[in-house]
Write a protein of this length. Structure first.
Ligand SMILES: C[S@@+](CC[C@H](N)C(=O)[O-])C[C@H]1O[C@@H](n2cnc3c(N)ncnc32)[C@H](O)[C@@H]1O
Length: 368
């Protein structure tokens, strides 16, 4: 070895044996990993997720940087390739994504992979022929954080925020979104942290003539009292606004993540109730507050009836008091029927569905 120049010593005297590339099994990784191609639209592993990465790429990264049992975290998980490969390779995993579609795709993928891994006869599509790990971590939980399901729709989120904070709304087109207790309220972008740039709209939109007048009238008082409502914010946000404007401003920052963690968003339940021939059919029911509490996505409820305590129906609603003739309150494990024969003398039909949180939805159904 020594004569062949294969044995050598490091500067600290540590001995090493030199091997050449063609003596080693497998394909040598190039600096640029061009041998792992992008995932073609027709690839077997392809899911319905546009930016999905090939499992072979994640397999190489995970094997190179972790050991079985380690914890792998991909905070932009998309379709969950990292988590799926981590599961196959016996690593524990955490994933996050801002996109609900990603969470759903990854969840479905991991549930079916977990089931597949529990069938030992199935050969797994790993890029290399490796021994399966001794322990696999196939269970996982899905969490909704920071009112994520609210904030994924910015327009709806603004409405819900104004409602939850009891802000009096201003007309559309105003510089501010509302007013509360003598303060003008501005909602900053709701699906990301607020930055100094986000203040530009205010800085350019302020009514400086009014500021001038107020300052002349009451020189020691602020010309405006304003509240910025945000979901996380850059430090010094209020100070930046005060610096940029040559008038005295009283700026308060209400950060939902910091100051209002227990804010309750009231969301109404939804139901789809239809008439099919002489039957009244509840096709769907989404008790949104209950689903939120259960950390469930609407799509994950297979049978809405599992979430329902009772259904009551008034076939001739008088417009004031519900006088139900149908009271469907099942015993024990039984579920409500969800389908009811409409009597011949039915007029205005009103249905009351009460969920497991005792929250009710009432809805009228046109008939005749
Ligand atoms: C390139 S894709 C990841 C693809 C993934 N490796 C796969 O195989 O499907 C990037 C992901 O980051 C998510 N993302 C973007 N901004 C984010 C944020 N601030 N927080 C969490 N996820 C975010 C996107 O929704 C997208 O799913």
């Amino acid at each position: 070895m020594y004569q062949e120049g294969r044995l050598y010593f490091s500067s600290t005297g540590q001995p090493y044996i030199k091997y050449y590339l063609d003596e080693r099994p497998g394909v040598a990784a190039a600096t640029i990993w061009s041998e792992i191609g992008i995932l073609s639209p027709t690839a077997v592993e392809r899911l319905d997720y546009p930016t999905q990465k090939p499992a072979a790429l994640l397999e190489r990264i995970i094997k190179a940087s972790s050991n079985p049992g380690d914890l792998v975290f991909d905070c932009f998980m998309g379709s969950g390739t990292t988590q799926a490969v981590a599961m196959k390779l016996g690593r524990r995993f955490i994933g996050a994504d801002i996109n609900l579609g990603a969470v759903q795709t990854a969840t479905k993928r991991l549930i079916s992979l977990g089931a597949e891994l529990h069938q030992p006869q199935r050969k797994l599509a790993l890029a290399d022929d490796i021994e399966p790990p001794t322990a696999r971590y196939t269970g996982f939980e899905v969490y909704n954080i920071n009112n994520y399901d609210i904030f994924r729709n910015p327009v709806e989120a603004k409405d819900l925020l104004l409602q939850a904070l009891e802000v009096n709304r201003l007309q559309a087109g105003s510089l501010f979104d509302g007013e509360k207790d003598g303060r003008m309220v501005k909602l900053m972008p709701v699906n990301r942290i607020a930055t100094r740039q986000d203040l530009n709209e205010l800085i350019t939109g302020f009514d400086y003539k009014a500021f001038e007048r107020r300052q002349a009238e009451q020189p020691t008082q602020p010309v405006e009292r304003l509240t910025l409502v945000c979901m996380g914010h850059e430090p010094g946000l209020a100070a930046h606004l005060q610096r940029e404007v040559a008038y005295k401003l009283d700026v308060e920052v209400v950060d939902i993540l910091r100051d209002k963690q227990d804010i309750q968003f009231k969301r109404d339940s939804e139901a789809k109730i239809v008439v099919q021939g002489d039957q009244l059919v509840i096709e769907r029911f989404y008790p949104l507050n209950l689903l939120g509490k259960l950390s469930l996505q609407q799509e994950h409820v297979t049978d809405w009836r599992e979430l329902v305590e009772s259904v009551m129906i008034d076939w001739n609603y008088d417009g004031a008091v519900l006088q139900p003739t149908v009271t469907d309150i099942p015993e024990g494990e039984a579920l409500v029927a969800g389908r009811y024969a409409i009597p011949a003398d039915a007029g205005t039909i009103r249905v009351k569905i009460t969920d497991l949180l005792a929250e009710s939805l009432e809805q009228e159904v046109k008939y005749g």
